[in-house]
Design a protein around this ligand. Structure first.
Ligand code: ME8
Length: 524
């Protein structure tokens, strides 16, 4: 059966939706870049990918900041949502839909899931009192709070909490403890990485209390059906974005049937409870299948320090992309920080990665080998002669790379995927230096051709696999090897896409520039 007549398998991947309560920071950029790399990988690997991202626009905090600016909440949300879209465009984040929780279809979808939860008997009216953090949009139990030296009571995230009492609708979360534990047991990949899974398991085993899911003290939210003085708790609204994005409540629609349940929700570690406890419980109540995997990544710190507006060390992704280039920024974030762990950003670290891995190891190898072909062979790719054991070993190593990278990506281990690719790049540099083609040119023209062909072929496969991570530079490398657009998916890896001797190559050009310190100080 021919590949292009087969129906591609569906793959649905999402990011968290960001609070557009200011400009995006590097943490927002990190999550979008990582998710984009995962989405691109799956597309290149033959999947019909749907990639959803967006903004989470309701809630008291949004309303309060808008008011401080003298704006309507929707004006403030729109202004900042546009900044998030600009960031995605700049960083090469190729989403299929940018959802805003103020979109009409999302409001309808959220009211629909609410009604389904009412029909299931899981929503009741009660009164709520507790310690509420405006900053986190969350209520906390007394024992989750602490009193600081200045007498201010703080929630578990270190934000101030206030004693609050209001009439509220409740979701019967307590009824879902065993169902959730059974679900986790039956789906070991539902929460990743392992450390987060353990955290969630012990939280749920400790018992679940019903969840307050409506507010009467402000109006910037989605109205509760048939209860006009209540707006929904922002997290009910926010989590629902994932099903709105593929057509909920039209559960019979092609898109919903095709893409739901989602394959992967990529989120930060601070919001795992919402995604791994509340969300599957809401979905079970509404009769919708939970997503397959929730992966929580770590936090990015500035030189090891937590970023905060008050400290003034928040990093602007626009500045970074301008200073280092988009490929370098993407590569650094995805290579340096093991996905799932916390990591740190620093100017020195990004420069070191850019210059060593991109400019030297891959960029120079391409430049040197392709220049030899241009200069000595009139730009025509040589055909390989009979391979020596070294040539054969090099080719075998790069032919085995696709499987290794795929295995790492299946586990969302992006840093490991890049580690595998650059291990082959390092090997290729040793191979090239050992073969010394500049000496073979006169003494052994056939082997000269074989070494250059082998080097070009391994650069082709490295560039194919690097596309999800450094899309611009990888595309340039493939251009330099005259690889047509139709031969850039992963079905062209290995023998299927071998470079053909005699192919006319364009004039070589630099692909990954070195970072050179400007006269003035660095941006960070
Ligand atoms: O939590 N490093 O929005 P948000 C890495 N609207 N990731 C970070 C980070 C950092 N320093 N700071 C934040 C929300 N993030 C909700 C989500 S989803 C239905 C609703 C991550 O703007 C954070 O963990 O505070 C989250 O995944 C995302 O950025 C948006 O954070």
């Amino acid at each position: 059966c021919r590949r292009n007549t087969r129906v591609k398998p569906a793959y649905y991947i999402t990011t968290a939706i960001d609070y557009p309560n200011g400009s995006p920071h590097i943490g927002h950029a990190y999550e979008k870049i990582a998710t984009d790399a995962l989405a691109r990988f799956k597309k290149l690997d033959g999947y019909d990918v749907f990639f959803l991202t967006g903004t989470d626009e309701h809630g008291l905090k949004m309303a309060q900041t808008a008011e401080k600016q003298g704006l309507q909440p929707i004006e403030w949300a729109t202004r900042n949502a546009n900044r998030f879209k600009e960031m995605d465009a700049l960083l090469g984040v190729n989403y299929d839909r940018f959802i805003r929780t103020t979109d009409d279809d999302h409001i309808a979808s959220t009211q629909a899931i609410w009604r389904r939860m009412v029909e299931a008997g899981d929503i009741y009216l009660g009164a709520y009192s507790g310690w509420y953090s405006v900053r986190d949009e969350a209520y906390y139990a007394e024992d989750e709070t602490t009193v600081g030296p200045d007498g201010v009571r703080l929630g578990p995230q270190g934000t101030p909490v206030e004693w609050t009492e209001e009439k509220s609708y409740f979701f019967r979360l307590s009824a879902y403890q065993q169902k959730l534990l059974d679900y986790y047991a039956a789906h070991p990949d539902f929460i990743r990485p392992e450390v987060r899974r353990n955290e969630v398991l012990s939280f749920v085993k400790g018992g679940l209390q019903d969840l307050s899911i409506s507010r009467t003290t402000f109006t910037w939210g989605i109205p509760v059906p048939d209860a006009p003085d209540h707006v929904m708790y922002v997290w009910v609204d926010a989590l629902t974005n994932y099903i709105t994005g593929v057509g909920y409540p039209e559960t019979d629609s092609d898109s919903f049937k095709r893409y739901w349940p989602a394959d992967l929700h990529v989120i930060g570690k601070d919001i795992i409870r919402f995604h791994a406890v509340y969300w599957p419980a809401f979905l079970m109540s509404a009769g919708v299948a939970p997503p397959k995997t929730v992966f929580a990544h770590g936090f990015i710190h500035n030189r090891g320090e937590k970023m905060s507006k008050s400290v003034g060390n928040v990093i602007d992704p626009f500045d970074l992309a301008r200073a280092y280039g988009v490929d370098a920024l993407r590569y650094f974030l995805l290579r340096e920080i093991p996905f799932g762990q916390d990591g740190s950003y620093s100017h020195e670290a990004i420069v070191a990665r850019t210059n060593a891995d991109l400019a030297n190891d891959l960029g120079n190898l391409a430049q040197r080998s392709l220049s030899m072909i241009a200069k000595n062979l009139g730009g025509a790719l040589p055909a390989p002669g009979s391979p020596t054991p070294d040539d054969a070993a090099m080719l075998a190593a790069v032919d085995a790379l696709g499987e290794k990278v795929r295995a790492a990506m299946e586990q969302q281990q992006l840093h490991q995927a890049l580690g595998e690719i650059w291990a082959v790049v390092a090997e290729a540099n040793r191979y090239f230096a050992g073969a010394a083609p500049w000496e073979l040119r006169k003494t052994d023209p056939e082997r000269f051709g074989t070494v250059l062909w082998t080097t070009a072929e391994l650069i082709r496969q490295v560039a194919l696999l690097a596309q999800p991570f450094v899309p611009t530079g990888a595309a340039k490398l493939l251009d330099l090897l005259a690889v047509p657009e139709t031969a850039r998916a992963f079905d062209s890896l290995g023998a299927a896409g071998r470079l053909a001797g005699g192919t006319a190559l364009p004039a070589p050009a630099g692909v990954f520039p070195r970072y050179i310190e400007p006269e003035t100080s660095s941006p960070a």
